[in-house]
Design a binder for this molecule. Structure first.
Ligand SMILES: *Cc1c(COP(=O)(O)O)cnc(C)c1O
Length: 433
């Protein structure tokens, strides 16, 4: 029966059998993921109960949004879930980059230095900071930037950090996820150790964690280990696929208040900001986020193991512990990247009939192919993949609101490669070449 359903969706017997043979070895890992999801689900429910979330919280507000109970209660829930003093969670924060830009510009002043201790920050932050000259960047406001790269093994360069901290250093940035780099993702524990080290040198230094793609992958979040601000996007993990837009900043009350005055206006701060009727999706998305993240994680681990068995380099590898939901697969040839993305697109509930093609994109120095058939445009907690058409011809894959959808996407990608004779599958027992 199951096989027939997959056949109806274009999956051949060979691809199905091969994938099942790989899956049978992943039960223990999937169980651990389910346990983490269970823990985090309870954490979210407890936070909602403690904040006395009620149906009234889902009511729409307009205009100034004074006394918006839904908004204020949601921020209390986020602060509780992320174990921080306060949080700012609103549709006025347009995306993750915006949330990070607010956190930085709100807490830095002319003459201050921003120090990244996890190497080059996410691409879009290069313009926020002014690493790539850009209008309105921090550099234009006289905020300088310094960077300490991670060690070759992906760990923090503690001596380098010590040497880079100067009197003008004000804020230290740590990016949890590897983003579109090949370094390992940092665990919350590793991040906590780095924060302790930074604070042992200068207790007054602010530590901000770019938490994008990391939320709910582990049982703890960076705020529990001393981060002053934890920042992310609602069209990734914490939005649970339901939030139509938005970002969050959870952290120390003083930092979050600075952010509010930057987001709205000096004098107004957190008191204004209508919710435009998105509250139910924000609450319900957060409620679903732990299990949605688990689905995405299972997809990433399945893809890693499947493609590793076929001889491709995958980062993280099939057995590594996970700290974010991104999976990289290095094909080494352009057709691999293209076929993979075609498969992901063909598995989507939305726009499945569209064929993605490599195209020139602003900010990239090569053509890029992107696959996404999402309910929320640009959402990367929904099943999506993209890759620049240049060596090592790697595809970055993430998301999946449900595990069966993630599985179908990966099977469709494999099917494409198989049909184009780019891979060989031999299933005889578990002997796969
Ligand atoms: C996605 C991402 C961002 C930016 O978030 P957007 O919502 O795309 O603006 C920043 N940092 C990391 C590590 C990310 O993965």
């Amino acid at each position: 029966m199951m096989n027939q359903m997959y056949e109806a969706l274009g999956i051949s017997r060979e691809v199905y059998d091969f994938s099942e043979s790989v899956l049978s070895g992943l039960e223990d890992r999937f169980q651990k993921i389910d346990e983490t999801a269970e823990y985090n689900q309870l954490k979210v429910i407890k936070a909602m109960q403690d904040a006395r979330v009620s149906a009234e919280c889902f009511e729409s507000s307009s205009g100034y949004g004074y006394n918006d109970r839904g908004r204020d209660t949601l921020e209390e829930v986020y602060a509780n879930v992320f174990r921080t003093e306060a949080a700012l969670v609103r549709p006025q924060i347009t995306c993750g980059t915006h949330a990070l830009a607010i956190a930085l510009s709100a807490n830095l002043r002319p003459g201050d230095e921003l120090l990244s201790i996890s190497g080059k920050p996410y691409d879009t932050l290069e313009e926020v900071i002014g690493i790539r000259p850009s209008r309105g960047s921090l550099a234009e406001y006289g905020v300088t930037y310094a960077q300490v790269d991670l060690c070759p093994d992906g760990s923090f360069d503690y001596e380098g950090i010590r040497n880079a901290i100067k009197p003008e250093t004000k804020l230290v940035e740590i990016q949890r996820s590897k983003g579109y780099q090949t370094r390992p993702t940092l665990s919350v524990e590793q991040i906590g150790k780095a924060i302790s080290f930074v604070k042992s040198i200068r207790p007054d230094l602010l530590c901000m964690v770019d938490n994008c793609y990391g939320e709910f992958v582990e049982r703890i979040e960076p705020g529990e280990l001393g981060a002053d601000m934890v920042v992310g996007s609602l069209i990734k993990n914490p939005g649970g696929g339901l939030a139509p837009a938005g970002g969050y900043i959870a952290g120390k009350l003083a930092c979050v208040e600075q952010c509010a005055f930057r987001l709205t206006s000096p004098g107004l701060g957190r008191e204004v900001g209508a919710n435009f009727g998105v509250m139910q999706s924000f609450y319900q998305g957060l409620f679903l986020a732990p299990t949605v993240t688990a689905a995405a994680l299972k997809g990433a681990i399945f893809a890693a193991n499947l493609y590793e068995k076929l001889g491709f380099t995958v980062v993280p590898n099939g057995t590594e512990e996970r700290h974010d939901i991104i999976q990289e697969i290095e094909f080494g040839f352009p057709e691999g990247v293209i076929s993979f993305c075609e498969g992901i697109q063909a598995a989507a509930p939305v726009d499945s009939y569209v064929t993605p093609e490599p195209w020139a994109m602003p900010g990239y120095d090569s053509d890029v192919i992107m696959a996404a058939g999402a309910f929320v445009q640009g959402s990367s907690i929904e099943l999506s993949a993209d890759g620049p058409i240049k060596p090592p011809y790697a595809v970055y894959f993430q998301g999946g609101l449900t595990w069966p959808h993630a599985k179908l996407g990966i099977l469709k990608s494999l099917q494409r490669l198989y049909e184009k004779k780019l891979i060989e599958i031999q299933v005889s027992g578990k002997n796969v070449n």
